[in-house]
Design a protein around this ligand. Structure first.
Ligand code: TXA
Ligand code: MG
Length: 408
């Protein structure tokens, strides 16, 4: 077994896990823990009062259901087959199993950043608050060992949304969790920065054509390689394509991932000249009182000043016109629009990296750092949705941060 080498009560880590498990079993206070995607805010999924604690702590709308985290297929099997004391064993019916459509996904992607939607059985052990009274529940087996060790030690399925205050960017470090929720949670297990950096992909194989309800850590092309999932549809709407339905993952309709700054996202392929003109127009618009602007670069925007978010240099502000010229190699046509507001400064200039993996990994930390730098408006260089497995998830989160309209 993967935990066989863990000698209980010997390492500080196993002590912390045991303490967290104890809180989860015996109190109504949620506990934050690391996963490979983002940090989760966990509670015993079988106890209503514990699950209510999650909604209260995060200020999460009660109609947004939670993902149930399991450490093993055995634990999931027990959830699908609750013991029902009111029906005697004589009337035993066939055991429910995970629908066959999910088999290839589980074989390939579990444990890992994939959530599957399952029917919630009658007599379910899950607290009704977990499912927001839907007839289904989302289940996921995380790959990060600390997460599975915690579920194992608690010996309960754990309901866990991302451990941020509702509408804030998801946390990818224990410090992010502490920043949002300190004083309101039992403890946070620190497992270092989350590897993937965006949440799990949520898929529904229960009705008609299989659908992706939320893009995430498992890519669309990876899913399409699995038997039965070749024609998987995209049942979420981030404003770039036509979806007739209301978002089927209730969480996808809410404002999300929002720093205080206004986020202006440039889709992949925007011309540098067009970007520079847009930025200039913004800065000359007296209705926009931008004092500090920020820039988040990905693949192509020219290396700027490379100010790490926490560096002392980041606080020594740069004149914005020089910064834009430097960034886009595009001189400001001051004769057209007059002189830019001289008080406007470049307060944040950050390169997420050029490959999609590092962009996903650093995305939420960057959105949070922007708030720390007191930036009024941030210009972000987008990537193509098809440019790597995590690209659709990255752009989905960025479009939401930029306030893309939900048309459904
Ligand atoms: O990576 C992740 O999934 C992280 C970590 C902690 O595991 N968790 C996470 O949870 O992102 P949360 O609550 O932030 O997002 C859960 C998403 C929401 O969009 C919710 O609407 C959807 O899953 N969801 C949960 N149960 C559902 C159900 N029965 N039917 C449809 N969508 C569901
Ligand atoms: Mg969330």
């Amino acid at each position: 077994e993967w935990w066989a080498d863990e000698r209980k009560d010997q390492t500080p880590e196993s002590k912390a896990i045991e303490e967290a498990a104890q809180i989860l079993r015996s109190s109504d206070v949620p506990v934050a823990f690391p996963t490979e995607t983002v940090y989760g805010l966990g509670a015993d999924a079988t106890r209503s009062v514990a699950v209510q604690g999650i909604y209260r702590t995060k200020q999460r709308p009660s109609d947004n259901p939670l993902i149930v985290h399991v450490d093993s297929l055995e634990m999931l099997d027990r959830l699908l087959n609750p013991e029902n004391p009111s029906s005697p064993s004589a009337t035993k019916t066939a055991r429910a199993s995970i629908p066959a459509i999910y088999k290839p996904l589980i074989d390939r992607f579990w444990p890992g950043p994939l959530t599957i939607i399952l029917p919630n059985p009658s007599g379910s052990q899950l607290a009704p608050e977990v499912t927001s009274n839907l007839t289904t529940f989302g289940a996921r087996m995380p790959s990060f060992p600390l997460a599975r060790l915690l579920i194992h030690a608690t010996n309960r399925p754990l309901a866990a949304p991302s451990a941020n205050a509702s509408t804030k960017p998801s946390p990818t470090t224990a410090q992010h969790v502490y920043h949002d929720l300190h004083g309101r949670i039992g403890l946070v297990l620190d497992g270092g920065p989350s590897g993937v950096g965006v949440e799990s992909t949520v898929v529904d194989g229960l009705c008609g054509t299989p659908a992706i309800l939320r893009p995430g850590g498992i890519g669309i092309e990876e899913l399409r390689q699995c038997a039965g999932w070749e024609n998987v549809t995209l049942a979420y709407n981030d404003g770039t394509f036509d979806v007739k339905e209301i978002p089927r993952a209730p969480g996808m309709k809410y404002r999300h991932y929002s720093p205080k700054a206004r986020v202006v996202l440039f889709e992949a392929g925007s011309s540098p000249a067009g970007v520079a003109r847009h930025v200039q127009r913004d800065l000359h618009d007296t209705a926009i009182h931008a004092h500090n602007i920020g820039i988040v670069r990905t693949r192509h925007w020219k290396q700027g000043l490379d100010l790490a978010p926490d560096s002392v240099l980041a606080k020594s502000l740069q004149p914005v016109d020089a910064a834009i010229e430097n960034l886009f190699s595009f001189p400001l046509p001051v004769q057209e629009t007059g002189s830019p507001n001289r008080r406007t400064k470049l307060a944040y200039d950050y390169h997420l990296g050029s490959d999609t993996v590092s962009i996903a990994h650093g995305l939420f930390a960057a959105l949070r750092a922007i708030d720390e730098c007191d930036v009024d408006v941030i210009y972000v260089e987008g990537i193509s949705d098809k440019d790597g497995d995590l690209a659709a998830a990255v752009m989905n989160r960025l479009r939401k941060a930029a306030g893309a309209e939900m048309k459904a």
